[in-house]
Design a protein around this ligand. Structure first.
Ligand code: PMP
Length: 387
């Protein structure tokens, strides 16, 4: 009889992952207000969360979720097309439409589901996808699932993007340029104005994954609000799980694009709708984001304050990477910070390219100056030792 090939594959891979200091474990964590967390009975301050505005623990957001649960129950029952929409979906989509000043919007189960479903339903093997090399795994997966010819262009490099468009555009039918608003592991922002010019010149479409932009960049409506001339984005993707503090994803675009997605996108059609509590929480959070301009500025202000103390470049988003290169060094620094009461994620391959392992410090509106100063000094002193 043949041996169990999956078991031996799994065992071999785990050994390899471990040898490369890339083994990950999921820890039980209790999150509390003001970035306090409890891991294995130990209190720490978290700098590793994407809840940029602390809205996941906001009292009025929690209240909205409670009211919706009492009124409509815990689950959606089936997919949106099969069982019908809870009207909270329409309220939420209308709210996003207003914030994004777009003609149509469709909420998904998550940003990941939106990326894989939208890209793979729009593109096929006759088409060309040009994707920034540092894009999120879900964007890459969507591109792969589509069967299109996929070219990675150099990170935020419009010259390289144009070179690839010039070389390949004519050989394919449709063409989609994919990039992120704020890069999740680097914290920098894509040149959306220049990409908009190129997409027009080469008859391509432009899809922006702004998971980390909404609620914290520019006027709070997303990273595209930073540009003097509004970028020409065909498909805008956002998530409700980061600054919005809830769960779910969405895309914005023209009415027909959204109608097509509702009819053809498998990760929208064949999955159960979001729980009513989650929809209600997102609606409440977006109201807070829209009305509280000083709140949305805080995460970036904290990132700038921190970077000044450590002696890093001035950041443009609440995500500050400290690239150490080596996996072991990164893990050791993360463990050292942990022993001193701070949780900062050690990001290693395959999440980031080999040789670029890093600490990813993520700031939110409720970090205090005291917490930030302490963390910055711990890191600064260690970096001095590393030289
Ligand atoms: N895009 C980017 C850039 C992300 O960072 C993430 C989440 N880490 C996603 C998409 C997926 O979003 P969600 O968590 O809502 O599935």
């Amino acid at each position: 009889m043949q041996s169990n090939k999956i078991n031996s594959y799994v065992n071999k891979k785990l050994k390899e992952i471990s040898r490369n200091n890339q083994l990950r474990k999921i820890h039980d964590v209790q999150r509390k207000p003001k970035n306090q967390i409890v891991i294995n009975g130990k209190n720490s301050i978290s700098f590793s969360c994407n809840d940029y505005l602390g809205l996941s623990l906001n009292r009025s957001v929690i209240k909205a979720a409670e009211v919706a649960t009492k009124k409509f129950g815990v689950g959606a029952g089936a997919s949106r097309l099969v069982t019908g929409n809870n009207y909270l979906y329409s309220l939420l989509e209308n709210k996003i439409k207003k914030i994004k000043k777009t003609s149509a919007c469709c909420v998904f189960g998550s940003g990941f589901l939106a990326n894989i479903g939208v890209i793979s339903s729009l593109m096929n093997k006759k088409d060309l996808i040009l994707i920034d090399e540092l894009s999120h795994a879900s964007t890459f997966l969507g591109s792969k699932l589509s069967g299109a010819f996929v070219i990675q262009f150099k990170h935020n490099n419009v010259e390289d993007l144009e070179k690839q468009l010039y070389k390949f555009r004519n050989k394919y039918n449709k063409c989609l340029i994919l990039t992120e608003g704020v890069f999740s592991m680097d914290g920098d922002i894509s040149p959306q104005d220049d990409i908009s010019v190129l997409k027009k010149k080469y008859s391509a479409s432009f899809m922006l994954d702004d998971a980390h932009g909404l609620g914290v960049i520019g006027d709070g409506t997303g990273s595209n609000s930073l540009f003097k001339k509004k970028p020409d984005i065909d498909i805008y993707l956002g998530t409700l799980s980061k600054a919005v503090g809830s769960y779910g994803g969405f895309i914005c675009g023209k009415k027909n694009l959204i109608n097509f997605i509702i009819n053809r996108c498998r990760s929208q059609i064949y999955t159960t709708g979001l729980p009513p509590s989650v929809l209600a929480a997102s609606i409440k959070s977006l109201e807070i984001i829209k009305s509280n301009k000083s709140l949305i500025k805080k995460p970036l202000e904290s990132a700038i304050f921190f970077s000044k103390i450590v002696g890093l470049e001035t950041p443009v988003s609440p995500i500050v990477p400290i690239v150490l290169g080596d996996e072991n060094k990164t893990l050791n620094l993360s463990r050292y910070l942990n022993r001193n009461g701070y949780l900062v994620g050690a990001i290693r391959p395959p999440t980031v390219p080999k040789g670029t392992s890093r600490l990813r410090v993520a700031f939110n509106s409720s970090h205090t100056k005291f917490q930030i100063k302490n963390l910055a000094n711990l890191i600064k002193n260690k970096l001095k030792i590393y030289g």
